[in-house]
Write a protein that binds this ligand. Sequence first.
Ligand code: NAD
Ligand code: MG
Length: 370
Amino acid sequence: MNSAETLRVELGDRSYDIVIGSGLLPDTGKYVAPFARAAGVVILTDSSVAKLHLPTVEASLDDAGISYRSVVVPAGEASKSFATFESVIEQILAFGIERSTLIIALGGGVIGDLGGYVAASLLRGLDFVQIPTTLLSQVDSSVGGKTGINSKSGKNLVGAFHQPRLVLADTSVLDTLPKREILAGYAEVAKYGLIDEPDFFEWLENNAEAVIARDGEERKLAVYRSCSAKARVVSQDERESGKRALLNLGHTFGHAFEAELGYDGRLLHGEAVAMGMVIAHDVCAAMGMAPAQDTTRIINHLQAVGLPVRASQIAGVHWDVDRLISHMSRDKKVRDGQITFVMTRGIGKAFTSREMDVGKMRAAISRSCR
Ligand code: NAD
Ligand code: MG
C-alpha cells in the first residue's frame, strides 16, 4: 500500500490518530511536526532498533527542521526497570527539557511502555508519540495509554495511564523483525477475531500466511483491524473498569505460564497468549458453553502459523499445575480476591465472568501441559 490509513481513538480531549502504512518512517518529521515545539524532541529507542531504524527517524526530523536528542537503552524486557527508568529520566533532564518537549518512543512494547511512563513522569507529563516497531506493539501496546515498568514483585505493577498524541505504525519496519517475534504479535491479532469479530478470524484463517510473511496489503489490513478493535474498546473503557478486560482473552492462563518461567525468553508473551486462548476455549467447551469444534479450529489455525498451542510444546519444561494456578491468583486482574475470567461461547463470542468451574479449569490446564 502506498497511502496511509488513519484511525481515531476517541477519548475527548485526549483523542489521537493511529496512522498505519508502509514506508512511513522517512516521513516521521512531517507526522510529528504538529506536536513538536521549539523545545524539541527526545527519541527513546533500544539498542537493536537504534541500529536498524533510528537513522531514518533522525534524518526525517532533520529534514523537518525539528531539533532532537536520542537516548538508547539495551534491547529487552530488562529495560522496563527502575534502574533504566532512572537513567533515562536523568539523561533527559540533563538535556534541559521544557514542558513542551515531545518524547518519541521508537521500538517495541518495552520502549513504548518505558517511554510512555517516562513521558508521564517528566515535569508531571510530557506529550509523547508512539512509533511501534514490532507487530505486537503495532496491534496492541502502542494503543490505549497503558505505560509502565516492572517491579521485583511482578510485571507492569508500576505505571500510569498516559495516552500518546499520535501512533505511527509503519508496517515495513516489521521486515527486520525476527519471525518468532512476528508470530508472537500475531497471537494478539488472532485474539481480536476470537473476542468479537468472527469474520476477522475467518479472514485470518485464509490470509495469515501473507500477514506473517511480507509487508503487503494483508499485513496492513491485519494491523488496521487490530488497532480499530483495540481503539473501540479503549474508547469505551479507557481505564479497564469493564469491557477492556475482554482484551485479556487467554491472558490469565498465559501470564501463569510466563510467570512460572520468569520471563527468561523461553516463552514470548504472544506464545503464552496462544496457549492461553486454547485453554480458555477448551474449558468453556468442557463447561458446555462453547462448541468443541471451535477449540479445534483455533488449535488448527494457531498451529498452522507456527505458534505453540499447548504448554507441553515448550521444550524442557515440566509444568506444575498447582503452581500455575497459584500464579493466576496473584494476577493484577484479581479483584476482591476473585479472578475475572474471559470466557467464551465460541469464536467471536467472548465475555467476562467470575463463574469458573475450577475443576474443569484444572483439567484444561493439565491437558495443555501433557
Ligand atoms: P520488545 O519491545 O522487547 O521487542 C522485541 C524484540 O524485538 C527486542 O529485542 C527489540 O529490540 C526487537 N525489535 C523491535 N523492533 C524491531 C524491528 N523492527 N526489527 C528488528 N528487531 C526489532 O517486545 P514487544 O513484544 O514489542 O513488547 C513486549 C512488551 O510490551 C512487554 O513488556 C509487555 O508487557 C508490553 N505490553 C504492553 C501493553 C500495553 O498495553 N502497554 C500491551 C501488550 C504488551
Ligand atoms: Mg497481551
